[in-house]
Structure formats: C-alpha cells, structure tokens
Design a protein. Structure first.
Length: 110
C-alpha cells in the first residue's frame, strides 16, 4: 500500500502527473479545509483535471491525464489503478490502435 502524502497549500497549486497523486493523499488549504483530490471540486479538461478547495475555491492541484503509453508503463510497473485502466483500454480498443493521445477523463478516472 502506498504511503499517504500531505500537500499543504503554499501559494500555488500542486502540479502532478496522474500517478503522482495517490487516492489517499491529503491536501490542506489555507482556509483550513483538508481532504483528498476526489473530495475537491474538480474541473475536467482535455488533458488535465484540476482540484479546488470546496470551501474557498483556491486551486490546490492540477493533475494531467495519462497518455495510453503512461498507463501501459504504470501498469507494467504494477500500479493497480493503471493495471485496471490498461485492461479497460485493451478490452475496448482494436489491437492495432497504438495511439499515445491523452486518455479521456472517463478512461483515467474509472
């Protein structure tokens, strides 16, 4: 099981690739709110998801969506979330499709 990390707001959002933030990692805002990335207000964009404090709307985190290559590499490294994502991609995509485009938010978040 991964170690829980605490991120304390220090004037700018924490920027991370998809697998750089663990489901249990805690973020602490300047207003005192604390919670996980999924507990934040999330904005979904083409290549990233941002997270803002649900109390004061301070931007706390920016998380880039993984490419298919990043998902595959993380799955090969044994990251459970990536292994499940890679299985879903393989089940839904033709074998000849080897695109390295950013995964959709639904691919990465489910």
């Amino acid at each position: 099981m991964s170690e829980v990390v605490g991120y304390y707001y220090s004037g700018s959002a924490h920027i991370s690739h998809w697998y750089g933030i663990n489901e249990r990692d805690r973020f602490v805002c300047q207003c005192g709110w604390a919670g996980t990335f999924k507990e934040m207000n999330n904005g979904f964009f083409a290549e990233l998801i941002d997270g803002t404090c649900p109390t004061c709307d301070t931007m706390l985190a920016i998380r880039s969506l993984p490419t298919r290559d990043e998902i595959r590499t993380a799955a090969e490294a044994g990251i459970p979330e990536a292994m499940e994502q890679w299985r879903q991609i393989q089940a839904s995509a033709p074998a000849e499709e080897a695109s390295s485009d950013r995964a959709t938010a639904s691919e990465a978040c489910h």
